[in-house]
Every structure is written in structure tokens, then in C-alpha cells.
Design a protein around this ligand. Structure first.
Ligand code: BGC
Length: 466
């Protein structure tokens, strides 16, 4: 469905409109310099890469948490993603001093922060699919596997209502659509040793694909929304068996429930993961004593060694499949810095392919499949627009210092489970080669503030935090 043949969503709060439009119009003038755009902010010009020339929203709640930590003020002004991770997050939760900001609160604040910028990006994560997180427990959500209508009516529609408020028409709204969902339908289903009953169910009932399609179609109808679909990371989809099928599934989802590939601005890799951006000391084509790097234990036949090479190749594949040729990639560099004293400064020894790769790699995980609160990880590249060909931006979508999952069972009202991958004493499963989990101890449930992890990320930042 194209942008024009749907009735634009209108928000219920006309009272906000008059005052907010003043600021919006002022921005529109400097953006476009046309009278017609000023009269109708919905005609704001779409751009290829929304990050170019734009300031990006700093979440005051994350910023306050960061600034309250020793040394944290050095990064507290960095933009991070705002997560809509349950229905209650839309309006904000809690009372009085403990109240959290809802989506409109964040957008109102974004309009304020936008003052003085020609362009301004607001980054929001859409994360509440039915049967969420089907291969893990740490981010299980509030909706059951068959709650597609609830997802559409009570989650996506209210979000669309807010995002389409004319008061926000001059913001460039970047959405990150449903982390991990479509990748799970590739690797954790059917006869794979990693299959789970819930992933099989979500594949069979089609509700991940339909939910993503509906989100793309509905949010994609809003002129100033730029949808980026989650594409896992190289240590998940970089194998030949996963890469092509994942791209096809993304294309299927982008044609489901009224969506079309033109609703997609791009894809995002490495969200909330730890995969290195660029491994400088070995490449996929290197051969050591006759053995290709692909056959090392670490790479294990993967086609890629890092996020940059994976992202650029995936972009090409997706364009070939029928996505617009100007789609761009985002890479979440919030926690893939792997700095600190142990960071290799050159290649490993050529004594064996494993010595070569293990001695040279930045990524210090025990296994590429480890994903929870990784010990030794550091902040990665600071957010920046258009850093490389095909890459729209490096972004910090996972707010550094927010846990990936509890290291033990902790009762909560968010639907979050306990995943052993977050327990540092756990010896692993088929998804991480039966390795130790590598996670930090004493972690709170996912999304909650985890000071010890924040300190670790700061200490191991690369580039370092000065
Ligand atoms: C959690 C979300 C949280 C997000 C950002 C996810 O793992 O499930 O609740 O908002 O991380 O920290």
C-alpha cells in the first residue's frame, strides 16, 4: 500500500496542536523553504538517509541514569533508542516521581531538543509481537502467541496515532521493528537442533510475519516515519543456510498485511548484540597453513567476520530481492567496542588457523552465540551518520547499562522470564556450542538498570571514552 491511499492517522489531542505547530512550522521553513510545506507539514520531504544533517534525540531518562554513574556523564549526551516494549510503555508507567515518560512525552521533548537543529531524528523501537522472543526467555513479552489483533489494535494503532500527530511532523521518526523475531523463524524452527516449540508455533501461525507487515504498513503510511527492520547480526544470519532465507523472509514480511517494500527505509544489524563492527586483523579470505579462516572454530563456516561486511552484503541481497535500491543499514554499536587492555593490536600467530583468529579478534566472547550481559564488552563507535557505503548510521539502540536479562529467576509483571544464558554458571546449549554463557553475575531483568554492566562498558569502550 502506498503512502497516499490510507487515511493519515490523527491523534486525539487537538489541544496540543496550535502551540506545537508554531515550532513545527519554523523548522519546516528551514528544512524545505516552501510555503506549501509550511501550510501542510505532512508533505515534508522524504530523504534517502534520515540521519544526514540531523541531530538525534537524547532520552532524558537514560541520560539521567548514565550521568548518575561515576564517569557516566562523558557519554550521557549520546542518543539512544526509546523502547516501546509493552503496551503500558506507550502512555508511560508509574505515578508521581516514579512515573516514566510515555511516547508522546518523548516526542514533545524531541520537539524541544530539535530547536536549533535543521533536522532531527527520533529513534523508537517497536517491540511487542505476539509470542515475543520465542527462542529465549529473558525478553518474553506480554502477548500470547495468538494475540495478533491485540498487537494491531492496542499497540501498533495507538503508536501510529501518536506518531502521526502533526505536532511531530517535522521530526524524522526512525522505527526499529521487532528485534529478533524474523531471524528466530529462520534458525530456531523445524529440524534445527536449536528449534523451540514457540518458534515453530510462530512460524506456523504466521503472527510474526503478519505483525511485522502490519507495523510496516501502518507506520509506513506516516510521511515522516522511516522503518528499519531488525536483521539479527552476522553471528546469527551470516551462514549461507540462514542468509538467503532470511532475506526472503524479510521480503515476505514487507509484503504482508498491506505492507510493501517501499514502507522499508532499511534494516538494522546487531541490535542489543555484541558482534564486532570490523575485525581488522583477519578476514574471511585469509588462509593459514592451508586452512581457510572460515574453518576456524570461531568463524565456523560463517561467510562473514563482522557486522560491517555482513550489513553491506545483506543490503545488496535485499536490493536484489526487490527492496528499493536506496535502502540503508543501521548498525547498533552500543556495546560492540571490545576495548580495554586486552584488545589485540595485530594479527594472531600463524601457527594454526585458530591461533591466528583467536589471537587477532576484537570480539572476546567465549562463543559468537552468547548474547546476555557479556563480560568484557565495551561501548562501540559513537553514533554517527553515513559512516560507510550503504550504512545510514551507527546507532545506540540498546541503551548501554540496561540489562539483557536476569541472571536468576526474578518475579516481575513485564512477562520477562529467566534465561539460563544470563546465568554466568550456565554451561550452554546448541545455540552457543555448549559454551559457558559469558554473562555478568547479579543482573536485573531485561531493560532494568545494571550499574555494574554500565561500568564495564565504560571501562572497555573502544574508541575509549575520554
Ligand atoms: C528488554 C526491554 C528493554 C530493552 C532495552 C530488552 O531486552 O526486553 O524491556 O526495553 O531491552 O533495554
Amino acid at each position: 500500500m502506498s503512502r497516499t491511499d490510507r487515511t493519515p492517522h490523527r491523534r486525539r489531542k487537538p489541544a496540543l496542536l496550535a502551540g506545537a505547530l508554531v515550532g513545527a512550522a519554523a523548522l519546516t521553513v528551514s528544512t524545505l523553504g516552501t510555503a506549501s510545506a509550511e501550510e501542510n507539514p505532512q508533505t515534508m520531504q522524504r530523504v534517502d538517509n534520515p540521519y544526514i544533517g540531523a541531530g538525534v534525540y537524547v532520552n532524558p531518562e537514560w541520560s539521567a541514569n548514565a550521568a548518575a554513574e561515576p564517569g557516566g556523564s562523558a557519554i550521557a549526551d549520546q542518543p539512544t533508542g526509546v523502547w516501546m516494549d509493552r503496551t503500558a510503555a506507550i502512555e508511560g508507567t508509574g505515578q508521581g516521581a516514579g512515573r516514566t515518560m510515555g511516547l508522546a512525552d518523548h516526542l514533545d521533548e524531541a520537539v524541544v531538543q530539535a530547536q536549533g537543529h535543521d533536522e532531527f531524528v527520533f529513534q523508537v523501537v517497536i517491540y511487542n509481537l505476539p509470542g515475543r522472543d520465542c527462542a529465549a526467555l529473558a525478553s518474553n513479552g506480554e502477548l500470547g502467541p495468538n494475540d495478533l489483533n491485540t498487537y494491531k489494535n492496542d499497540f501498533i494503532d495507538p503508536i501510529a496515532d501518536i506518531l502521526s500527530d502533526p505536532a511531530y511532523a517535522d521530526l524524522r521518526i526512525v522505527t526499529v521493528i521487532e528485534i529478533d523475531s524474523l531471524p528466530n523463524l529462520i534458525t530456531n524452527v523445524g529440524s534445527r537442533p536449536t528449534a523451540t516449540p514457540l518458534c515453530d508455533q510462530m512460524l506456523a501461525n504466521g503472527n510474526y510475519v503478519k505483525g511485522v507487515g502490519y507495523a510496516l504498513a501502518t507506520l509506513g503510511d506516516i510521511d515522516n516515519v522511516y522503518n528499519y527492520v531488525d536483521a539479527g547480526h552476522h553471528g546469527w544470519l551470516g551462514w549461507d543456510d540462514n542468509f538467503g532465507p532470511a532475506a526472503q523472509l524479510f521480503h515476505q514480511a514487507a509484503n504482508a498485511e498491506g505492507a510493501s517494500p517501499s514502507d522499508v527505509a532499511g534494516f538494522i544489524a546487531n541490535t542489543a548484540n555484541y558482534s564486532a563492527l570490523k575485525e581488522d586483523h583477519f578476514s574471511i579470505n585469509d588462509v593459514v597453513n592451508g586452512t581457510p579462516v572460515r574453518q576456524s572454530s570461531w568463524v565456523d563456516w560463517n561467510r562473514y567476520t563482522d557486522e560491517l561486511s555482513f550489513s553491506q552484503a545483506l543490503r545488496n541481497q535485499l536490493v536484489q530481492l526487490g527492496f528499493p535500491s536506496n535502502i540503508g543499514m543501521l548498525i547498533d554499536t552500543s556495546r560492540n567496542g571490545w576495548g580495554g587492555d586486552d584488545r589485540p593490536t595485530g594479527p594472531g600467530p600463524q601457527t594454526s588457523v585458530n591461533a591466528y583468529v583467536d589471537g587477532g579478534r576484537y570480539d572476546q566472547r567465549i562463543h559468537l552465540g552468547n548474547w546476555c550481559n557479556q563480560s568484557g564488552a565495551g561501548l562501540g563507535e559513537r553514533p554517527v551518520a553515513a559512516p560507510e557505503a550503504g550504512i545510514d548510521a551507527y546507532v545506540w539502540i540498546k541503551p548501554p547499562g540496561e540489562s539483557d536479562g536476569a541472571s536468576r529467576e526474578i518475579p516481575n509483571d513485564e512477562g520477562k522470564g529467566f534465561d539460563e544464558m544470563c546465568d554466568p554458571t550456565y554451561g550452554g546449549n546448541a545455540r552457543n556450542g555448549w559454551s559457558m554463557s559469558g554473562s555478568l553475575p547479579d543482573a536485573p531483568i531485561s531493560g532494568h538498570w545494571f550499574p555494574a554492566q554500565f561500568q564495564e562498558l565504560l571501562a572497555n569502550a573502544h574508541p575509549p571514552v575520554s
